[in-house]
Design a protein around this ligand. Structure first.
Ligand code: ATP
Length: 239
């Protein structure tokens, strides 16, 4: 499936507020993401990255334009179908992990499985397997507060992949991590989580991880203004 389109966003427009208070956050943005690719979205603060992500993941309805995910035009779907798509096809890893502090790490990872109505014991068993994939099987019964930032990030990754999403979205994955841990996480994700049935989208400001991108899409002032390859970009940063 590598090379074919998993997300096609066309002419997306989103504004907030009305009249003089109106801010147009995304202005006619179009792009495609492909199966098997790690696509970065970069750009200055306020350039519309989060708003764009919210529209392609079925969270925020665009004012104009369309989003097609695996051949489904998501903003024409019924609410229930859109909720199913969000649960089954899209996984989010948030900058501050969003782990539930009172649950153990394995319970955190089991959440999407329970939401998909898997029986409790089976969900916990599978959640342990996902923790094993991210190298944290021995931390399964601890609460998140006992883990380092990099470990918590890996728990969030295990939880996101437990839902078996085709599209995995990371919002600033390295922002709370030191440079070395951040690079290791992204390298891990590229080697172990990305495959040809899946796409990974990363919003980041962190040029230290550009080398892992297949493509870097640049946004400015609500618009997509160009692309670079991760390699070109890391070469430039090394000069
Ligand atoms: N809910 C909202 N209500 C009003 N304005 C908003 C809202 N969300 C975003 N905006 C505005 O839309 C513009 C784009 O914001 P957005 O968060 O998408 O940018 P960003 O590139 O993700 O920024 P950052 O890198 O700082 O997260 C900004 O001017 C922002 O103030």
């Amino acid at each position: 499936m590598s090379g074919s389109v998993i997300i096609k966003a066309s002419n997306l427009v989103k504004w907030f507020g009305e009249g003089e208070a109106r801010t147009v956050a995304v202005k006619q943005a179009s792009f495609e993401a492909q199966y098997g690719e790690m696509l970065y979205i970069v750009g200055p603060s306020g350039s519309g990255k989060t708003t764009l992500l919210s529209m392609i993941s079925g969270i925020l309805r665009p004012n104009e334009g369309s989003v097609v995910v695996e051949n489904q035009d998501i903003w024409t779907m019924k609410d229930d179908d859109l909720a199913d798509l969000r649960l089954n096809k899209i996984g989010f890893v948030f900058q501050d992990y969003h782990l539930f502090p009172r649950l153990t790490t394995v319970e955190n990872v089991a959440i999407p499985l329970i939401l998909k109505k898997m029986e409790w014991n089976a969900a916990m068993k599978l959640a342990r397997d996902y923790l094993d994939i991210v190298g944290l099987k021995d931390r399964a019964d601890l609460q998140p507060v006992k883990l380092s930032g990099g470990e918590q990030q890996r728990v969030a990754i295990a939880r996101a992949i437990a839902g078996q999403p085709d599209i995995l979205i990371f919002d600033e994955p390295t922002a709370s991590l030191d440079g070395d841990t951040g690079r290791k996480i992204v390298e891990f994700v590229k080697t172990n989580i990305l495959n040809e049935k899946r796409a990974i989208i990363i919003v980041t400001h962190d040029s230290r991880i550009y080398e892992y991108a297949d493509r870097i899409m640049k946004m400015e002032d609500g618009k997509v203004v160009g692309y670079e390859s991760g390699y070109e970009n890391s070469q430039r940063h090394e000069k």
